[in-house]
Ligand binder design. Structure first.
Ligand SMILES: [Zn+2]
Length: 380
């Protein structure tokens, strides 16, 4: 446990686990085994999503984090023993050369670490140096010299791979305004834990969902709702697991918990949401317009309970809430985020205090929602 009471050991285990879209099994087992200890009931859809139910009356609230991470799939093994590959989810090809990846062979249990090969500068023409090499021209080198050698290791076309990178934390001291909205607010020093890992997108969401479930159970929090904490699959290839889970559950209210894009790094200055400023409460993205009354309800709860929070907006992209909110006759939904630097790469970076704020906010939402409040979001 950390100072905040979060189980960072679980977060480490979730982030290091193997589980690209469509191949989530290993990561999902970790989530299932943890959640099953706190849920009244565990349910499954047939796309690999796992649902932890708490309570059985009142409005149905679906809270989703997606367990899949972006990765790769082997598409060809050439005569010299190099592997061609394709993307599972969105990659910027420039982030890939010389990075390590880990492949799960379909034959045998041992995972294989490889390097995405890059030509040395000595052999590049000036034009080649200035161009982004695209993924279709890249290859994974696993130290073999023939296709037979690769086959011996159990690797076949269709085998999945993910970034090879390990979870770690760093301590920092940060001077900040006590109240960021006030011009001459007093300055405070904050002890910050920054975490770095692959797959924060979206194991951080699954982690927050599981930690909220643990809090509701351990603290015996009374609430008049049926809450479904869901670890969904295949978000990165089109919100697919959330679609089937939502069709199965027919929720009245929905939340997606996911990484948000942190606007505090060079190149992302147009975004208001920033690492370390609290849980982000979305004002909209490419997949949905959140129900304004639900959003107001959540903002009021954050203010009343002094939970650090910030507004967020994404012009493109979306989350599981994008499909949840148009399930059945519709379900007012909202995306809650953890602003993360360098997402969709080998190394995301986030501030653990934002994770804490997200868990606190979810617990307050569950505690305060009820039938009348849920109805009020859509009454004319
Ligand atoms: Zn995501």
């Amino acid at each position: 446990m950390s100072d905040s009471g979060l189980d960072l050991g679980l977060l480490e285990e979730l982030c290091n686990a193997f589980g690209p879209s469509g191949f989530e099994h290993e990561a999902q087992l970790i989530a299932r085994d943890r959640g099953a200890g706190f849920a009244d009931k565990v349910l499954y859809d047939r796309m690999g999503s796992v649902i932890f139910q708490k309570g059985d009356k009142g409005p149905k609230i679906m809270i989703a984090g997606h367990v899949d991470e972006i990765g790769f799939v082997v598409t060809d093994i050439d005569k010299k023993g190099f592997l061609k590959f394709h993307r599972l989810g969105g990659w910027w090809d420039q982030t890939l050369l010389t990075q390590e990846v880990v492949i799960r062979p379909s034959e045998g249990d041992e995972k294989i670490v490889g390097i995405i090969g890059a030509p040395p500068p000595h052999v590049l023409t000036p034009e080649m140096r200035n161009k982004v090499l695209t993924m279709d021209k890249m290859y994974i080198d696993i130290g073999c010299t023939s296709a037979d050698e690769v086959r011996e290791l159990g690797i076949r076309v269709g085998d999945p791979a993910v970034p090879y990178s390990k979870f770690r934390t760093m301590r920092r001291k940060r001077k900040e305004k006590k109240n960021p909205d006030e011009e001459d607010s007093e300055e405070i020093e904050r002890d910050v834990t920054v975490a770095v890992a692959k797959a924060f997108d979206d194991r951080i969401g699954v982690f927050i969902v599981l930690e909220a479930l643990r809090r509701i159970t351990e603290e015996n929090i009374d609430h008049p709702n049926t809450v479904y904490f869901v670890s969904t699959t295949q978000e990165e290839v089109g919100l697919r697991g959330a679609r089937t889970a939502a069709q199965m559950l027919q929720p009245d209210i929905g939340f997606a918990v996911d990484v948000d894009i942190s606007g505090d790094v060079p190149g992302a200055e147009g975004l208001v949401q920033k690492m370390g400023k609290g849980v982000s409460i979305s004002a909209g993205d490419g997949s949905m317009i959140p129900n304004p009354r639900l959003r107001r309800f959540v903002l009021d709860l954050a203010e009343k309970n002094e939970i650090r929070h910030q507004p967020a907006f994404l012009k493109r992209g979306g989350t599981d809430a994008g499909v949840i909110h148009i399930t059945g006759m519709g379900a007012p939904s909202l995306f809650l985020g953890v602003p993360t630097r360098h997402i969709h790469s080998h190394h995301g970076m986030l501030d653990i205090s934002d994770v804490e704020s997200a868990v606190d906010l979810l617990v307050e939402i569950i505690r305060n929602l009820d039938e009348d409040t849920a109805k009020s979001f859509t009454q004319l």
